[in-house]
Design a protein around this ligand. Structure first.
Ligand SMILES: [Zn+2]
Length: 352
């Protein structure tokens, strides 16, 4: 299967934070016969193992995607929702959604009152998510319930992956199914790693790095690397210095990330891990970009604070419009990410 098909399968699977089951099933199928063991823990993290040894590497990619959850169904059958993860309000209106109920999937659309009935000052304001609702075509609470919808059902946004020009593709949940695709390919291509390789597909990253927190503690790896997407803002409306990463210019090796203004709450990548990744890129003649990212972080933050401190780094895939449901990535960047990791594994873990 090509990287494009693999990414499409993963992108179109549905798995809001805390409800990653169907993504897990897609990954299990892809890895069958390629790893020595494949198990899941009590939280739902999927852990693949390849190779043996005292030293170990944990490569993490999160399975969850940004989503919503049913909060209330009113007497007329309209559904109010809460957010699962950092969903920006302005990308929600008009979206086609899928509510995953115990009776199966129910489709709906996110609505709000039409501009025609808004007052002058209302028209100029951002419509916030609490003023929106989901219309599933039910006429009453009873009708909605009969369809299976109840409080707590997870909701995902509907979006099929499609191709743009060159090697670019557009779809939902590339954050972090693109990372999952890279990790699957790494596990397939590596035959005999010189250490124990853990491929960990984590849960609940978007709501607080939770899956990585417990799996890093349990596995206690020598080194940890998160594979995630990062912000490419090489488009109108953003200046180079705001988000210097560019699409198609290769994988991104993180130097530091965290909250805007302070980089607190994030990761300052272990210098030896970072240099190991840089060395791998240079040895395999893969273009790469270095990054200091304000306003976000990854599973590596949870990994590096686990146990007595686990040296960790991040390898990222540039992505435009991240945290919208129409992200754009370059398939070449994904391929180069795999190649870089394959080379890093061949080199062996850095001496710490
Ligand atoms: Zn992510």
């Amino acid at each position: 299967m090509s990287m494009k098909e693999l990414l499409k399968n993963l992108s179109e699977a549905c798995g809001a934070s805390g409800f990653e089951y169907s993504v897990q099933n897609v990954i299990k199928k892809e890895l069958e016969g390629h790893v020595s063991s494949l198990t899941s823990d009590s939280m739902g993290n999927l852990i693949a193992v390849k190779g043996e040894g005292d030293l170990s590497l944990m490569v993490a990619a999160h399975m969850d995607e940004l989503g919503l959850i049913v909060k209330h169904i009113d007497d007329k059958g309209f559904i109010r929702f809460a957010k699962l993860g950092g969903v920006p309000d302005h990308v929600l209106l008009g979206k086609r959604v899928r509510i995953h109920t115990s009776k199966g999937m129910v489709e709906g659309v996110i609505g709000c009152k039409a501009i025609h009935v808004m007052k002058e000052d209302e028209r100029k304001q951002l419509v916030t998510y609490d003023k929106m609702f989901i219309d599933i075509g039910a006429h009453s609470l009873n009708e909605a319930q009969a369809l299976g919808v109840k409080v707590g059902d997870p909701i995902t946004i509907y979006m099929d992956m499609f191709e743009l020009g060159g090697d670019l593709v557009c779809g939902k949940a590339f954050d972090d199914r693109a990372g999952c695709a890279v990790l699957i390919e790494l596990l397939r291509r590596i035959e005999d790693p010189p250490f124990k390789l853990y491929g960990v597909f984590t849960v609940q990253e978007e709501v607080g790095l939770k899956g990585a927190t417990v799996s890093a503690f349990a596995l206690n790896p020598t080194v940890g690397v998160a594979v995630d997407t990062t912000i490419a803002a090489d488009h109108p409306g953003a200046q180079d210095h705001e988000a210097p990463v560019k699409l198609g210019k290769g994988p991104v090796i993180l130097v530091a990330d965290g909250r805007r203004d302070s980089l607190s709450g994030g990761l300052i990548a272990n210098a030896k891990v970072r240099e190991w990744l840089v060395n791998a890129a240079e040895r395999a003649s893969i273009p790469y970009q270095l990054e200091v990212l304000e306003g976000g972080t990854t599973d590596a933050t949870a990994i590096h604070l686990s146990q007595r401190g686990i040296p960790a780094g991040v390898l990222s895939i540039p992505s435009r419009y991240t945290h919208s449901f129409s992200e754009v990535v370059s398939l070449n960047d994904l391929e180069n990410c795999v190649k870089l990791l394959v080379e890093a594994v061949k080199i062996g873990l850095p001496s710490l």
